[in-house]
Design a protein around this ligand. Structure first.
Ligand code: GCO
Length: 443
């Protein structure tokens, strides 16, 4: 048994990382525009990025050349609602055109409503700490639904709430760069309040999607969390890995932290303190598919006192320094399906590599091809064992602004020469094209 016939072979991006055009056509400022100075390598920012805002037709033509069947992108909230009470028609028109162009190219649009670019006007009211944010998010959702839902079926309310809160409000390395790690009570208070608002936002937004979008719409979140791979396939090792992966000690970086309030499992103690039964009635808008962003198994880099910690000296690592762990997708799919019982979509997976434009005019990236070959073989195994996986979105369709790392880290299938905005398909893009054409049977 191989990949299903209609498997969504895709690639992903996010608005702030690719679009640029930060002050054009009525776009407002986001927390990344206004707060990231001093927090990003080389002082880079997303002002211009890949200028996808102006190159989207060319980019979709390249996607078509690769043969991808689905494209996951995010809508920039400050492009749609630049100021309180203001709706930017030009912002909506941009996404409308983008979706039209994708549909014309035979590519399924998959929309993420929030990929980290909170409008600055909401931050000024308290950001994810402010009670009103979930109503604002529902209002914004309605605008996007009215503009796009005749042609869009796949919706993700949030991308990686674990990182929004863990990196944005605990460690302070992503916008809004607030560090609340040093005092346990303060950390629990901030994480509790912000996470509750994110979950309420999901619930209210999903209710809007269900009410106003096509009845066939599918709703999910692109979640990330620790993925723990067992050291052997003995029952004992498998059970140990599973217990560790869903342990409450992993806090916001456990899938359970985000999935349980939505799907009906036990709440993490931090959430128990702040989420009421009334809240739960709003939050419980179950997913139709379980979105997973997965790059690596966490236990290769865990602290030595963690139960499955296992450092292998000199093991292969990507340019992010993340270990290359071949079976990560296999175990992520297996464990999450067993636990949540939902069809799975890998909403992100990929690697940063030391890519360069070679003197022959091409971008040779054998490491990425090998990485993909290994990870997709694991995915193929999961599918063959009967785990329902509906899609795989490579991160990223093109090189882009990698948050605090700026432009140093290249994840793309398409190389971007930033000074000229010229695009070049990497070798891995051609390789992925062949995988897609054979529906994964050539792996
Ligand atoms: C993520 C982020 C992406 C990153 C990618 C590589 O969801 O973590 O969504 O924006 O670029 O993961 O770090």
């Amino acid at each position: 048994m191989g990949f299903p016939k209609n498997f969504m072979w895709g690639a992903a991006s996010a608005a702030y990382q690719v679009e640029g055009a930060y002050n054009e056509d009525g776009r407002g400022m986001s927390i990344w525009d206004s707060l990231s100075a001093g927090h990003v390598e080389h002082g880079d920012n997303g002002n211009k990025a890949c200028d996808h805002y102006h190159h989207f037709k060319e980019d979709i033509a390249l996607m078509k050349q690769i043969g991808i069947k689905a494209y996951r992108f995010s809508v920039s909230w400050p492009r749609i609602v630049p100021k309180k009470g203001v709706v930017n028609a030009k912002g909506l028109a941009f996404y409308r055109e983008l979706v039209d162009e994708l549909v014309k190219a035979g590519i399924e649009p998959c929309v993420t409503l929030y990929h980290w670019d909170l409008p600055m006007w909401i931050y000024d009211e308290g950001g994810w700490k402010c009670e009103a944010v979930s109503d604002y998010f529902a209002e914004y959702t309605k605008l996007v639904i009215d503009a796009l839902s005749d042609k869009v079926q796949y919706w993700m309310t949030f991308n990686e709430p674990a990182c929004m809160i863990g990196l944005g409000y605990m460690l302070g390395i992503h916008a809004p760069f607030e560090r609340h790690m040093d005092d346990q009570a303060e950390m629990e208070d901030v994480v509790g309040r912000t996470s509750r608002n994110v979950l309420l936002s999901h619930g209210k937004s999903a209710a809007v999607i269900r009410k106003y979008a096509k009845k066939t719409s599918k709703i999910g979140m692109a979640l990330n969390g620790s993925v723990i791979t067992p050291w052997s396939e003995s029952e004992e090792d498998i059970e140990a890995a599973k217990a560790d992966m869903f342990s409450q000690e992993r806090s916001v970086f456990s899938f359970d932290f985000w999935a349980n309030p939505v799907l009906g499992g036990e709440l993490h103690p931090i959430l128990k303190k702040v989420i009421s039964e009334q809240d739960l009635a709003v939050i419980r808008q179950p997913f139709d598919f379980f979105g997973i962003n997965c790059y690596s198994s966490s236990n290769y880099d865990d602290a030595p006192d963690k139960p499955n910690s296992h450092e292998i000296p000199g093991m292969p690592r990507t340019a992010m320094n993340w270990p290359v762990t071949d079976d990560a997708l296999y175990w992520a799919a297996k464990f999450c399906y067993e636990r949540y019982g939902l069809p799975i979509m890998f909403t992100e997976n990929g690697m940063a590599n030391c890519d360069m434009l070679f003197r022959d005019g091409k971008v040779h990236d054998p490491q990425r091809i090998e990485f993909l070959g290994r990870y997709l073989t694991g995915l193929h195994r999961a599918v063959s064992e009967g785990v329902p996986v509906i899609g795989y979105m490579y991160w990223s369709i093109m090189d882009n602004f990698e948050w605090a790392f700026g432009y140093d880290k290249r994840f793309g299938l398409i190389y971007v020469d930033y000074p000229t905005e010229k695009r070049v398909l990497k070798d891995s893009a051609y390789w992925y094209r062949d995988v897609i054409a054979s529906n994964g049977e050539n792996l």
